[in-house]
Design a protein. Structure first.
Length: 115
């Protein structure tokens, strides 16, 4: 069964950091690009970061460039999102995603940035 399971979300103060983790199973993880999306209340889901299968190339939405870092460990079938200098506008549910014949989504993890 193809599955993505996110963890690592929580409540953090502005300027703080969180590291999200997405554990993959049921497919050849090292063959697929991986994505992190987020969806804030009342807004559409947006692509935050993407990493190619080998980890050789990453891309970010403009609002997180210089603050967020996507990485992966193909030996552990895991993709990470390191989030630094968090802002209130980063508050959202964060989802892990892969295109494995069809879009595969995790259940999401809530990130709340608030003082």
């Amino acid at each position: 069964q193809v599955q993505l399971v996110e963890s690592g979300g929580g409540l953090v103060q502005p300027g703080g950091s969180l590291r999200l983790r997405c554990a993959a199973s049921g497919f050849t993880f090292s063959s697929y690009a991986m994505n992190w999306y987020r969806q804030a209340p009342g807004k559409e889901r947006e692509l935050v970061a993407r990493i190619l299968s080998t980890g050789s190339f990453t891309t970010y939405t403009d609002s997180v460039k210089g603050r967020f870092t996507i990485s992966r460990d193909n030996a552990k079938n895991t993709v990470y999102l390191q989030m630094n200098s968090l802002k209130a506008e980063d508050t959202a549910v964060y989802y892990c995603n892969a295109m494995v014949g069809q879009p595969i989504w995790g259940q999401g993890t809530q990130v709340t940035v608030s003082s």
